[in-house]
Design a protein around this ligand. Structure first.
Ligand code: ADP
Length: 625
């Protein structure tokens, strides 16, 4: 029978190369990955046989490992769901997750390769790890319901071959032709140790056979569902191995393992990871907790088990109250599922609240990794938005440390009614914003809202614990009731004469005209001469920029130019306007000041050519005077 030759997709080929050549140090995990796939295949077939009459049969699922030192092969076989020809081509010829290559390239550049290895599982390159130890990999598989089996073969270079085969098979058999340098993997005790170490939690018996020898076919693993075992009997390592089997990266930060009895009974074993996966912000925002009923896997795509803002959580939920036949469409309206979901979210949030209160350092690390996703809930989960906000953390002008809103409130000044915040792209950017100068000088704390999601929940939240939210780049924050701190710097800075400033403002308005909404003397500035703010009725400056970037808005609104009447530049300009007859420079400087305020906001000058001309002309004047 002739074989069809297929090239790996370009991205797959590159990933293979990285996996084989760079992520080298702990090759043992190839076996964990292949056993994990075999177990998933058994899960799927079991579900099918219980829910689809045409496939019903009672099967003893098992995963067999056969070492043949003479032939130098290690075989991994399962009687699971199998793969059709098309599935062999698509599942073993492409990398499912987008962005895998870029991410893997990134981590291979990092120094600590050991840590990076534990990341393999999450990228769907699990199967390819077989090439770390094999010169050639053969797969024989028969898709469930089909009579024809197929043979897949590759040396992991650039292509693979697929052909029909007459082999009688149930499920899948993977044959690894072990590399000369890796012949340890042909020793039974080595294989036994790896299985015990990484795959004990696999719920199907994993048996080891040595070709040509009498074999004692004992199962190497416990072969019982880990989540159903008594907590006391589970070691931390077993939890961690199971977490890796679920595609969790690194180690879990927090394990939530409970059984709830009542009107609805269920067991949950959930993991909150230590670090975020590379695809946390993929547009699909998919959750990945697996749903079981009485230990039978139903699906890992149950959309309403957990809300999207908790998509970083890995784990399983098992409930005998869920009907095996629950279809995708029915899941939305399934009462039992909705009750479980509600209880799960409450449980997770109460665990997080405990961490926030009792393990602040650990919680801050968690929030640093997942806060941006978690805060989506403030916007999306209306009923819980207050409790989500209670345990949300923000950095602020208070030494850029994390603070909760309640902690912020406890530090508020006596007459302060609002929670001040500034939004922007990053802390590095907002911390330099001129708009916060006056707040800092008065000892008023400003929160940094630097995740895109902040712009979405903020407008929907008018108050928190009786305090309003006020953007420092929008509208008029009345700072007159707060005295600036009496430091040397502030003392030196005497404001310009009021009259002179009024004249200057009207002169600047005549030059800038329609380019600004208004010009006014600012309370917010101490060091910078100018800044921009949005009118109270307009959108916040940063939100408007986000909307323009996402093409949801095509026009920029006019801003208010605020001037610092204690700044030497403004004072000198005011003097020129009041006293000198030659005011030609005022036009140039007014435009330059407006452009300067725009540049600080991350915007281009209104007219770049005009800007450079005016700047050159001023520099020339100052050099020649
Ligand atoms: P992942 O398991 O993360 O999806 P893999 O590269 O390990 O990524 O496997 C790719 C796909 O190949 C699997 O999702 C599955 O559809 C299929 N597959 C792998 N091994 C088996 C197997 N033993 N039986 C059936 N399907 C399998």
């Amino acid at each position: 029978m002739s074989a069809e030759e297929h090239n790996f997709e370009a991205e797959t080929g590159k990933v293979l190369n990285i996996v084989i050549n760079s992520l080298y140090s702990n090759k043992d995990i190839f076996l964990r990955e292949l056993i994990s796939n075999a177990s998933d295949a058994c899960d799927k077939r079991r579900y099918k046989s219980l829910t689809d009459k045409s496939f019903s049969s009672s099967i003893d699922f098992n995963i067999n490992l056969v070492v043949d030192p003479k032939a130098k092969t290690l075989k991994i076989s399962d009687n699971g769901i199998g793969m059709s020809k098309d599935e062999l081509i698509s599942s073993l010829g492409t990398i499912a997750k987008s962005g895998t290559k870029a991410f893997l390239e990134g981590i291979t550049k990092q120094k600590n390769k050991k840590d990076n290895l534990s990341l393999i599982g999450q990228f769907g390159v699990g199967f390819y790890s077989a090439f770390m130890v094999s010169d050639k990999v053969e797969v024989v598989s028969k898709g469930i319901g089909s009579k024809q089996s197929f043979h897949w073969e590759s040396d992991g270079q650039s292509s693979f071959k697929v052909s029909e085969t007459n082999r009688e098979i149930e499920g899948t058999e993977i044959t690894l032709h072990i590399k000369k340098t890796e012949k340890d993997y042909l020793e039974t005790f080595r294989i036994e140790n790896i299985v015990k170490k990484y795959s004990d939690h696999i719920p199907y018996p994993v048996k080891l056979i040595e070709e040509g020898k009498e074999n004692d076919l004992k199962s190497l693993n416990s072969a019982s569902a880990l989540w159903m075992r008594n907590k006391k009997d589970i070691k931390q390592e077993q939890y961690e191995e199971f977490y890796n089997h679920l595609g969790g990266i690194g180690k879990p930060w927090k394990i939530i393992h409970n059984t709830t009895e009542g009107l609805i009974s269920f067991t949950n074993l959930l993991f909150i990871p230590e670090m975020k996966p590379f695809d946390l912000f993929n547009p699909d925002r998919k959750t990945s907790v697996k749903l079981y009923t009485n230990r039978v896997f139903i699906t890992d795509e149950c959309e309403n088990l957990l809300p999207s803002y908790l998509r970083f959580i890995k784990g399983v939920v098992d409930s005998e109250d869920i009907d095996l036949n629950v279809s995708r469409e029915m899941m939305q309206s399934n009462t039992a599922l909705n009750k479980i979901s509600k209880a799960l979210v409450n449980k997770i949030l109460s665990e997080l609240r405990k961490e926030c209160e009792k393990n602040r350092e650990g919680y801050e690390k968690f929030f640093n990794e997942f806060g941006a996703a978690f805060k989506e809930g403030i916007y999306e989960d209306f009923d819980r938005r207050k409790s989500l906000l209670d345990i949300s953390l923000f950095k602020s002008t208070n030494d850029e440390k994390y603070t909760s809103l309640n902690e912020y409130i406890s530090r508020m000044k006596e007459d302060q009614n609002d929670i001040y915040y500034i939004s922007g792209e990053s802390i590095e950017q907002v911390i330099k914003s001129p708009q916060i100068e006056g707040f800092k000088s008065r000892g008023l704390e400003v929160l940094f809202m630097v995740d895109p999601v902040d712009e979405f929940w903020l407008p929907s939240f008018n108050e928190y614990e009786g305090k309003g939210f006020k953007s420092v780049t929008k509208g008029n924050a009345d700072l007159s009731k707060f005295e600036p701190k009496e430091d040397k710097e502030n003392k030196k800075k005497k404001p310009a004469n009021k009259k002179e400033i009024e004249t200057l403002i009207s002169e600047m308005k005549s030059h800038l005209g329609e380019k600004v909404k208004d010009i006014k003397s600012s309370q917010m500035l101490t060091d910078s001469p100018v800044c921009l703010t949005a009118d109270e009725a307009e959108m916040d400056i940063h939100l408007e920029r986000l909307m323009r970037q996402h093409k949801r808005l095509d026009k920029e609104s006019k801003k208010i130019l605020e001037i610092n009447d204690s700044h030497d530049l403004i004072k000198s300009l005011a003097k020129i306007v009041s006293k000198s007859s030659d005011k030609s420079i005022v036009n140039d400087v007014s435009h330059l000041l407006l452009d300067q305020a725009r540049i600080v906001e991350g915007e281009l000058p209104l007219d770049t050519k005009g800007f450079t001309e005016k700047l050159s002309s001023i520099i020339t004047r100052s050099l020649s005077s």
